[in-house]
Write a protein that binds this ligand. Sequence first.
Ligand SMILES: [Zn+2]
Ligand SMILES: [Zn+2]
Length: 378
Amino acid sequence: MAEKRDYYEVLGVSKNATDDEIKKAYRKKAKECHPDLHPNDEEAVKHFAELNEANEVLSDPDKRARYDQFGFNDPMSGMGGGGNPFGGAGFDFGGMGGMGDIFDQLFNGGMGTRTRAQGPVRGNDLQYELRITFEEAAKGCEKSFEINRSELCDTCKGTGAKPGTKPSTCAACHGTGQIRSSAGWMTTVRTCPTCGGTGKVITDKCTGCGGSGRIRRKRTVKVKVPAGIDHGQTIIMNNQGEPGLRGGPNGDLYITVSVRPHKVFQRDGYNLLLEFPISFITAALGAEVDVPTLSGPVKFRIPEGTQPGTEFRIKGAGIQMLRGSGKGDLIMRVKVEIPKRLNNRQKELLREFEGTTSDKEYEGRKGFMDRVKDLFNG
Ligand SMILES: [Zn+2]
Ligand SMILES: [Zn+2]
């Protein structure tokens, strides 16, 4: 992947900048480096694109959260640079038209005041719940699954008109897509019901789609799930949603990951938690044990005199972090087990053992007995 500058750095704001700060920083920078002010300057064009890309991500709470989470290692290909920085309005711009549009908005300050009855509209986003195993989440995986989605009709390329024919101008609105009506001093504008705001009506309908311009398809989607993803996190596949209207961009596909619990491990952030039962003998004498990790068992020395509930940390045996190259730790909590059924011989041995001990060997009990003595003497 080409080296990219951090989006926060591009906008010159801190990681916890407010939406307002981001908006202001973007406007300021966009004015400075707008290509209209730097004709024939390739760098300015690149810089402006970089700026727009950063703004597109950071000004969108979802995308920003994902960027904070994944950085550029977003599992989805074609993200970031591939995204259209101008949103719906600029999708089909040729040359400077779209930029001029942004330019106007920047200098006149009137974001979003224009009506856009016939403008491109972004397609709907789709949702999918992807179930994966604990190991798949920890180590990353590639998955494919099927979704049903509507796509542009191949036969008519989404126009809805029979190939060779063209939609005709809507007579009701004369192609404007809007119906204006005046009542006294007030003029109301509404979307033309005849053409649905498109300004066009289809007389010869495409047989492939029945005139809707779209058909439902079953599609196999492949997704690369990054190592370290956790239950409930979302992967966004840009442009994999439903098609836009009138040249608008496709929606996105939101894949929410559902991770099945593990039989042995639990997860706490990037750390693995493991409850590890040992016998009271092992706790007392210490022993080398095999501790399971996600990459097979590792040897670990339980020290002599280990107390119940003691936590041992095995560095780097946890889960791969989504950002950066580190790994979490494995935290092993010792559960000391006391045997429940002993035969006579075993009991005898333990009694014999007990005869050799006093409170000295039991720190906690000794302290407790001393405190109890004070209680009655003091
Ligand atoms: Zn069609
Ligand atoms: Zn109409």
